[in-house]
Design a protein around this ligand. Structure first.
Ligand code: ATP
Length: 221
């Protein structure tokens, strides 16, 4: 099967980072921006870079955007352009459209007009930083829904040498340990007798309020 082709529209910090990462992973990436200077800056890190306005349907048709498997719309500030671009891509028949939203309302509109996925990079990063601040042991935090998340927690000192049965995280905090990362390895079906060692990382799923309870209970490091 041929490798997926990607296009990223809007070479701000977010769009450039997405384009560069996809390129480094070995995918073909087409970068689009109205600003010639931005295009010059990314010309060496992507497969193709084109100066064009994504709200110009004819220009998008001429580029052949509908043949690209996944298009990422990374226009942040100009909400109107972001919405118009998404509509045009949808009309042209792009199969997967991922759009960066500036705020919840923008995101709602994007969902309504058929964006396949809406991302909120600033909000998500803010959430991660906040969790890391209340407990430095929190390495990552991924929202599954408004109420549920997955947290990656560096095993705090108080957990070392204890097994899952002794820690009793399920009963005490109503959270479930889905996996334990140990060095390069990953235990994806932890047993009650599995002991937590220094450097282990617990992958825990639960309600946000319960995860916060667990984070705070072990926030001392
Ligand atoms: P970041 O926070 O990721 O830096 P941002 O949210 O500030 O980005 P903008 O700076 O508004 O986003 O937009 C990112 C890029 O999108 C800019 O380089 C801008 O030139 C480009 N852009 C804006 N409108 C269009 C458009 N209609 N077609 C193509 N590119 C566009």
């Amino acid at each position: 099967m041929a490798k997926k082709q990607y296009a990223v529209i809007g070479m701000g910090r977010f769009g450039t980072s997405v384009a560069q990462s996809l390129s480094q992973m070995g995918f073909e990436v087409l970068a689009i921006d109205t600003d010639e200077h931005r295009i010059q800056e990314v010309v060496n890190i992507v497969t193709h870079a084109v100066a064009a306005d994504s709200t110009d349907e004819e220009a998008m048709r001429a580029i052949g955007i509908r043949n690209i498997d996944v298009v990422v719309v990374a226009i942040g500030e100009d909400i109107q352009s972001s919405i118009l671009t998404t509509l045009i891509l949808k009309d042209l028949g792009v199969s997967t459209i991922i759009v960066k939203a500036q705020n919840e309302l923008h995101g709602k509109v994007l969902n309504k007009i058929g964006a396949d996925k809406v991302v909120y990079p600033e909000r998500d990063m803010g959430l991660r930083v906040a969790h890391h601040l209340i407990s430095p042991n929190i390495l990552d935090f991924i929202e599954l829904s408004d109420d549920y998340s997955i947290a990656e927690i560096k095993a705090p000192k108080a957990m070392l040498g204890k097994n899952l049965k002794q820690l009793d995280i399920r009963a005490k905090f109503r959270c479930n340990v889905m996996g334990i990362k140990s060095g390069a390895g990953m235990n994806i079906a932890p047993h009650a007798e599995d002991t937590i060692k220094e450097g282990d990382v617990l992958v825990v799923v639960g309600k946000n309020t319960d995860l916060t309870g667990l984070e705070l209970a072990y926030s001392e490091g």
